[in-house]
Design a protein around this ligand. Structure first.
Ligand code: ADP
Ligand code: MG
Length: 682
């Protein structure tokens, strides 16, 4: 008899090798596997001729092997491939990381193949098909099957079989939500929900199961927040502010006027800093609305009064940019800033020296990536902690920041467009200031959505902008040439293609796999205008500010979420020049063109988020996380806002009961381990 806490190797059919693969997905025990949920579901289709296939997705074909299977390696990955044909047409079959399947296939064999179909530059392609016996096919045709997140080398069949074996342990799972609440809110019992996620009969079943699991996630999150908030006695503000003229002088000297909402937000902050209690504030504003300057103003007040300030960014590129900006304004406006940059690529020796000078107070503005928080830096007189692009930090990091800054002022900044009501729930522990307008001088970005046939026109357009003295970004979805998906453009191929027409300009590539020092150098050169065209992956998505860049081309735009596209587009339109964003779609499918049209027609982050929500059916929730709030595994604060609200209600009504119940039952109940928040240990 299996028990929830049993090692995954006690499950029949799971040996060392499989256990190792599963551990990559954080599945270690029976309970983890039960909570390893499908990322989507599909109905098993009927077998059809190869010539009839056109839309990507799961298909079944009955065909003969027509070429001998061969194994080769590409980019360090082993690939097994052969061709199959059913008289109507021919198609390539691929398996990744499963060379041992080679001997299963001989030329002339006829099989029923069930796998993922797509059309690529090389023709029709079927990836990772499983082979169905005729009676198997008859029994599953038309039924609903779970699709698990792919782990290389692990078949879906094995996962399903193993989950089945684990079901006997499901009895041990205790439901901590009382019957009356389940009934009142029409929620499934927890055992039912877990079972149904793996073996649903219809998508309706899936929605119900998912609703319950999302409910649990939200409820835990809110109880945790509430607990934190109640446990916290409002901390006294012990940082005396005796002067604050410098910020006003600085504002007066700026080459532009602050917008009204920048002013308003700064006033909120100034009031907080002078109040009796510590600041704990979220500064929310769309991309390009000018959050940084408001944060700098807060820093000026603190530094003017003799305190240290930290500024944390989610990427090294962004931290470096902030550092340079601070240095620049310090010099230009004679501000008493003495800034240092503390990131992962600082050498150990320099880090030690920097830390010394932070401790002895030589530096008063300390800028860095979040490695900074984890590091054991001790400050001389830290008074304010600023955290940029906070949605990029997980809740855990946010909490650890709060803990570190237990008794300092905290300002977090985010561009995530969250409706106010949701913000109040999610950021219940913070006060909120909103910047809801762009600087007056900004010209709205002009957008266009086109297909791949426009590449020459696009190049000519870029050239015109470069001739005017501007710069351009081109965003590609991939770093290396595609193995699994030949339709996606990668940075190197893109550079080669662009160079054919615009070879006289300085073109560079930037991607996440480069060394940090190289990344920083390229970014620096782009900022200084030495690079004309920057071909990059999404590493420039967040925060990067080069106002001279006036055009951004986003290749394979259909592959990005709308929120992400909005962030990427935000790299241009940051200065006084008319800016342009060109979304290039790799497909002409109606659905994806409609989706891109939403962003092509609006520059407003809030509007895009809500349209995006409307365009998403309830079936789109898996693998389509793009709210920019990666803190929930199952729930989505937009599509599940109804569940979020009832979780809030239950949390408010029954908090004491639930807290007691969780404390008593759940410490013993490993079913809770899937909740990321370690709430139970509080
Ligand atoms: P985000 O809110 O996306 O972080 P930034 O703070 O990086 O935006 O600001 C984007 C650009 O707008 C910067 O170049 C900044 O100097 C400029 N900027 C900020 N406030 C104003 C303003 N009131 N008027 C004109 N330009 C501004
Ligand atoms: Mg920013």
């Amino acid at each position: 008899m299996l028990s929830l806490k049993d090692d995954i190797k006690s499950v029949k059919g799971i040996g060392e090798k499989t256990a190792l693969l599963l551990s990559k997905a954080s599945v270690f025990c029976v309970n983890d596997l039960l909570h390893y949920f499908p990322r989507n579901y599909s109905y098993v289709p009927e077998s059809c001729p190869i010539s009839d296939l056109s839309d990507s997705g799961n298909v079944i074909v009955t065909a003969k092997v027509v070429t001998a299977p061969r194994v080769y390696s590409s980019g360090g990955k082993s690939i097994l491939s052969f061709d199959i044909s059913d008289k109507s047409d021919i198609m390539h079959v691929y398996y990744f990381g499963m060379p041992y399947l080679k001997n299963n296939y001989k030329v002339g064999m006829e099989c029923i193949f069930y796998g993922g179909f797509s059309t690529t530059r090389k023709g029709k392609m079927l990836s990772q098909p499983s082979i169905l016996k005729p009676d198997e096919y008859e029994s599953i045709k038309g039924s609903l099957v779970p699709l698990y997140p792919l782990i290389k080398g692990l078949s879906a069949k094995l996962i399903t079989k193993s989950v089945k074996s684990c079901l006997e342990a499901l009895n041990e799972v205790k439901d901590f939500i009382p019957e009356d609440i389940l009934e009142e809110y029409n929620l499934l019992g927890i055992k039912d929900a877990i079972y149904t996620m793996h073996f649903p009969e219809s998508m309706d079943d899936v929605y119900k199961a998912r609703r319950r699991l999302a409910f649990d996630e939200f409820l835990f999150f809110m109880m945790k927040l509430k607990h934190l908030k109640e446990g916290e006695v409002k901390e006294k503000n012990k940082y005396k502010i005796t002067q604050d003229n410098l910020a006003d002088k600085f504002i007066a000297a700026l080459p532009y006027k602050l917008t009204n909402s920048q002013r308003g937000s700064f006033n909120d902050i100034r009031k907080d800093l002078k109040s009796d209690y510590l600041m704990n504030r979220l500064l929310q504003g769309d991309v390009g609305s000018g959050k940084t300057i408001v944060a700098f103003l807060a820093a000026i007040i603190m530094v003017e009064n003799g305190y240290q300030v930290t500024l944390m960014a989610p990427t090294e590129v962004l931290a470096t940019q902030h550092y340079e900006d601070i240095e620049k304004i310090a010099e230009e406006y004679k501000l008493p800033f003495n800034a240092c940059l503390l990131t992962g690529s600082v050498t150990a020796k320099n880090k030690r020296l920097l830390k010394e000078d932070i401790t002895n107070g030589k530096y008063n503005v300390i800028i860095g990536t979040h490695a900074l928080i984890q590091d054991d830096v001790s400050f001389q007189k830290l008074g304010l902690c600023i955290c940029d692009e906070q949605h990029r930090f997980g809740v855990k990091q946010r909490l650890s920041l709060m803990n570190k800054g237990e008794n300092v002022h905290v300002l977090v900044m985010s561009a995530t467009p969250i409706p106010r009501t949701l913000g109040l729930i999610l950021y219940g522990d913070l006060d909120i200031s909103v910047i809801n307008e762009l600087p007056a001088e900004r010209l709205p970005i002009k957008n266009s959505v086109v297909d791949k046939s426009y590449s020459s026109k696009i190049n000519a357009f870029i050239q015109k902008r470069l001739e005017e003295g501007r710069q351009a970004y081109i965003i590609c979805p991939m770093v290396e040439e595609g193995l699994e998906d030949n339709n996606l453009l990668d940075v190197t191929t893109c550079k080669n293609e662009i160079s054919k027409e615009l070879g006289s300009y300085n073109i560079e590539i930037l991607h996440g796999k480069m060394k940090n020092s190289d990344k920083n150098r390229i970014m620096q050169e782009f900022k200084e205008g030495k690079i004309d065209i920057l071909i990059s992956t999404t590493v420039v998505e967040v925060g990067v500010n080069v106002p001279n860049a006036s055009v951004i081309v986003i290749e394979n735009a259909e592959r990005f979420g709308l929120a992400q596209l909005h962030q990427l587009r935000g790299r241009v339109g940051r200065g006084k020049y008319q800016s342009y964003c060109i979304f290039v779609s790799g497909t002409n499918s109606k659905k994806s063109m409609e989706r891109l049209d939403v962003i092509g027609k609006s520059n407003d982050g809030f509007h895009i988020a809500s349209e995006d929500l409307k365009s998403r059916g309830p079936g789109d929730f898996f693998g389509y996380k793009q709210s920019g709030i990666p803190m929930f595994k199952i729930g989505d604060i937009y599509t599940d806002s109804e569940v979020l609200k009832i979780a809030k209600e239950v949390c408010d009504k029954r908090q004491d009961y639930l807290m007691r119940k969780i404390r008593s039952d759940s410490l013993e109940n490993p079913a809770f381990s899937f909740i990321d928040f370690h709430f139970i240990c509080l």
